[in-house]
Design a protein around this ligand. Structure first.
Ligand SMILES: Nc1nc2c(ncn2[C@@H]2O[C@H](COP(=O)(O)OP(=O)(O)OP(=O)(O)O)[C@@H](O)[C@H]2O)c(=O)[nH]1
Ligand SMILES: *[C@@H]1O[C@H](CO)[C@@H](O)[C@H](O)[C@H]1NC(C)=O
Ligand SMILES: *[C@@H]1O[C@H](CO)[C@@H](O)[C@H](O)[C@H]1NC(C)=O
Ligand SMILES: *[C@@H]1O[C@H](CO)[C@@H](O)[C@H](O)[C@H]1NC(C)=O
Ligand SMILES: [Mg+2]
Length: 420
């Protein structure tokens, strides 16, 4: 080969190499610029949707519940194995015939996420007889057995000793003041029934545990365990997911009435009660709402559309006396006392606080609020379909009472103790 040929080959090689590297760097540079653009764009979107202002009070806000989970992904090898539940328990739904579609939606969700593996029986309750269509469809939707109960009139209807004049007056005033369900007579029956009578129904007497379900709710994640069993083994008696502030205009005298009851019956107040949960007035979050209340009740209550609990607590003497006292005062009709604050006050004052359980890992939605576990690992392994940052995710919102619960009940999770 001649010299100039060798030189030509070397020069060509160097040129090719140079061209190669410049195009490589150019590409690299372009992609960096592109990523930066994306990031700037992303930041500007975030800035528009989330207004992060520095707020000194934010420092004291408790972290979302599931932060304590490790990020390790644990695949549940048994996730499709059927192990029929052995607990003395039923799933209970109070529902009207015309709510069939909504009832089926809730059933489908709970069956898929939990009950198809355990086949706990369903108990349906109604103040009028269930129709054939309702019975047929719900029977087919359930993985286990179903039973249908008719609520006796004395457990549902307005008692004769309620003064009609005062009752009509309350309906009128609450309707004028646009209080939620203030105009509804049946809603008042429902609240009184759920406060003092559901656990006395004939069909429920044979059970110790209940899981309350309402129409149109959704369970976002797999359960991965039997909550009845977890509660029994861990000596829990009342389990909740969502807790928020109640509308004060529905319960103006409830708290004072409860305090009168405790004053007259101090023996029923549990020595290890969780009174602080309902009286703590601290501003825990970036709460711009200042609590301005007429008594010591901060209006916190466990939302009762989801409950897993022990009915023997409600059947016990302390709760029975507590309910009878409230019932005689007539506030279910002269005001519009809800079963959620009534259950909450009962549980708070008459139960050991170590028996109350926050189900932080159950994804749940009842309009307009829900709970979506904040741990990404948990959402993946439990096959959750929900958005932990959605506005409906209550426990990152300021009207949640969860931080108050953590202050009182302690921020410990069964998961951390290796329970499930
Ligand atoms: N059988 C029967 N069930 C009722 C009646 N009123 C309410 N319920 C049920 O009681 C539960 C609570 O009633 P909801 O209407 O859901 O009341 P809420 O949860 O406070 O409010 P929304 O869900 O927002 O309407 C649900 O399971 C209803 O199906 C009634 O008059 N008869
Ligand atoms: C009902 O209440 C009204 C107004 O408080 C009172 O005038 C009336 O006597 C009461 N009726 C009964 C039967 O007690
Ligand atoms: C289930 O619980 C109820 C209520 O506590 C009780 O009466 C019943 O005997 C229990 N059944 C079984 C099989 O333990
Ligand atoms: C009271 O409840 C707390 C919180 O759950 C618990 O740690 C404690 O052991 C209970 N105290 C008594 C005396 O049972
Ligand atoms: Mg509801």
């Amino acid at each position: 080969m001649r010299l100039f040929q060798k030189v030509w080959i070397v020069i060509t090689c160097i040129l090719a190499l140079l061209l190669q590297t410049t195009s490589f760097f150019k590409e690299k540079l372009n992609s960096v610029i592109y990523e930066r653009e994306l990031y700037t764009n992303y930041l500007s979107i975030i800035k528009d949707t989330k207004q992060f202002h520095y707020d000194p009070e934010l420092k004291f806000r408790a972290k979302p519940a599931t932060n304590s989970y490790s990020q390790k992904l644990l695949l549940d090898a048994n996730r499709d194995v059927i192990t029929p539940g052995k607990e003395n328990a039923t799933i209970v739904m109070l529902v009207r015939n015309w709510e069939l579609d909504q009832a089926l939606q809730s059933m489908r969700s709970l069956e898929d996420r939990f009950n198809k593996k355990y086949r706990y029986p369903w108990t349906f309750l109604n103040d009028v007889p269930f129709d054939e269509e309702f019975i047929e469809a719900t029977t087919l939707m359930a993985s286990g057995t179903t039973e249908y109960g008719l609520i006796p009139s004395e457990d549902w209807d307005r008692p004769s000793w309620i003064n009609e004049t005062e009752f009509e007056q309350s309906i009128k005033e609450m309707t004028e003041n646009k209080v939620l369900y203030g105009d509804s007579k049946s809603y008042r029956n429902m609240c009184r029934f759920n406060s003092g009578f559901f656990f006395k129904q004939k069909l429920l007497q044979k059970y110790e545990w209940y899981f309350r379900v309402e129409p149109s709710v959704e369970y976002y994640c797999d359960f991965n365990y039997d909550p009845f069993e977890v509660m029994r083994l861990n000596k829990k008696k009342y389990g909740f997911i969502i807790s928020i502030h109640e509308y004060e205009e529905t319960i103006p005298t409830l708290y004072d009435t409860v305090m009168d009851f405790i004053e007259e019956n101090p023996q029923y107040l549990h020595p290890n009660n969780s009174m602080d949960f309902i009286t703590d007035m601290d501003s825990l979050s970036n709460m711009h709402i200042r609590l301005d209340l007429s008594n010591d009740y901060n209006l916190c209550h466990y939302w009762s559309n989801f409950e897993i609990g022990n009915m023997d607590f409600f059947r016990s003497e302390p709760y029975q006396k507590f309910f009878e006292y409230l019932d005689k005062k007539g506030g279910f009709y002269y005001e519009r006392w809800g079963d959620a604050p009534v259950h909450t006050l009962g549980v708070t004052l008459l139960m050991d606080k170590s028996e109350i359980h926050y189900f932080e890992d159950i994804g749940y939605f009842h309009a307009p609020f829900g709970n979506c576990p904040s741990s990404n690992a948990l959402r993946l392994t439990k096959r959750c379909v929900c958005d932990a940052d959605a506005e409906s995710t209550i426990d990152i919102e300021e009207h949640s009472c969860l931080p108050r619960w953590w202050k009182v009940g302690g921020k410990t999770f069964l998961k951390d103790k290796g329970v499930f």
